[in-house]
Structure formats: C-alpha cells, structure tokens
Write a protein that binds this ligand. Structure first.
Ligand SMILES: Cc1cc2nc3c(=O)[nH]c(=O)nc-3n(C[C@H](O)[C@H](O)[C@H](O)COP(=O)(O)O)c2cc1C
Length: 196
C-alpha cells in the first residue's frame, strides 16, 4: 500500500445563504486535525456551483462537459474518505448533496463516508438515512459511527457564526474518525489492488 497520507475531505453540504454548515465543518476539521491520522481538507459544495444533472453522459463514463463538474470530479477523486456535514430539509437530505453525489460515479467508489449531521430534535438522522441509501449505489461504505447534533441552534452563536460542541460530541467524533481511518486504509488497498 502507498505510504501517502490518507486524505479526508470534510464536505459542507448546505449551500444556502446564512447556513450553519461551515461552522460545524470547521469544528469537525479541527477534531480531525487533532486526531492526526489524515490530511484534512474542508470542501464547500457552494464553491462548485454544480449544474443540476447538467451532463449529457452518465457519470460512470467520466466524460464531463462542464468545468464545474471537472473540478468537482478532480476534488472527489483525490480523497480517501469523507465526512459529510449535512443538515436536513423537510425530513430529507439537501438537494445540493444529492446533486453533488449524482454528478459523479467512480470518483466515489470504494471510499468510506461518515456523517456529522445537525438539525432540530432529530439531529438530521432522516437526512443521513436517505443519503446512506444513495451512496451504496456508488459502492461507498457508509459508517455506523456518527456525530448527530440535536437542537443545533443551542450550539450555534448567530453573532459570531461559531459552533460550540456539547457534552459527548468530541467523543463521538473520535470514534467516527477511528472507524473512518480503519476503512479508509483498507479500501485504499482494495482500490490499488483493483488497478494492478
Ligand atoms: C427549508 C428548510 C427546511 C428545514 N427542515 C428541517 C427538517 O426537516 N428537520 C430539521 O431538523 N431541521 C429542518 N430545518 C432547520 C435546519 O435544521 C436549520 O435551518 C439548519 O441550520 C440548516 O442547515 P444550514 O444552516 O447549514 O443550511 C429546515 C430549514 C430549512 C431552511
């Protein structure tokens, strides 16, 4: 197996103005840096302005017309593992996340994904469940270990735009990152074996 550090991308999945996603992603990235087993990148879906299923060919061919899709493809392709930082809208995953997933195919394959979800009472668990169903079509491995932030407004300071973790969040994040690291290493070997 290559000795290159494993790349973890913390993906901000909400794109709306005034979103809380970046603050939560910053906290997850901080936890991942302290965990010290990944090269950590924060990736913001809002930076890609992806067209909604704007490609003529099925993404499994990897032949993209739009510059945004090409940039998105290159970004996802270099990652070994993901944490999707995701809210829930109307009991559903964000449309921005569904579109970002469906724009690509092989770039996701045989990579693990964990979730830091946030919302009201549910902690966006319905959004996570929905996303898990979608990612299995790309042969991704969605993890059981999760950080679910319930009542996110109680942990978010509107004035400063910062997130303050509650009791137990950091412990959940460590358990999630431990498991993500285990899968990321194994699945990278698997991808490399497949290329030989
Ligand atoms: C259109 C819309 C629908 C929402 N639906 C839900 C929901 O189904 N469940 C939930 O827990 N929170 C829901 N919320 C509240 C969000 O959890 C909260 O606004 C959160 O900050 C959204 O993430 P964001 O700020 O990164 O966009 C909804 C918010 C919006 C704007």
């Amino acid at each position: 197996m290559t000795s290159q550090p494993l790349i973890l991308q913390v993906i901000i999945c909400s794109t709306r103005p005034g979103r809380k996603g970046p603050a939560i992603a910053a906290w997850i990235a901080e936890q991942a840096c302290a965990h010290a087993r990944f090269t950590v990148e924060v990736v913001d879906l809002a930076d890609f302005s992806l067209p909604i299923l704007g490609e003529a060919k099925h993404p499994r061919f990897g032949q993209y017309d739009h510059e945004q899709t090409k940039r998105w493809s290159a970004s996802v392709a270099r990652a070994d593992a993901f944490v999707f930082v995701t809210p829930e809208y109307d009991f559903s995953m964000p449309a921005s996340l569904l579109n970002a997933l469906q724009c690509l195919y092989h770039e996701w394959t045989y990579k693990p994904v964990a979730f830091a979800s946030y919302g009201g009472e549910s902690g966006a668990l319905r959004s996570v469940q929905m996303t898990k169903q979608v990612v299995t079509t790309f042969k991704m491995v969605p993890l059981v270990e999760t950080v679910a932030i319930h009542e996110v407004a109680r942990h978010y300071d509107e004035a400063t735009g910062t997130f303050t973790a509650g009791d137990g969040h950091a412990k959940k994040a460590t358990a999630m990152l431990d498991e993500l690291h285990r899968w990321a290493g194994m699945l990278r070997s698997m991808r490399e074996d497949g290329r030989r």
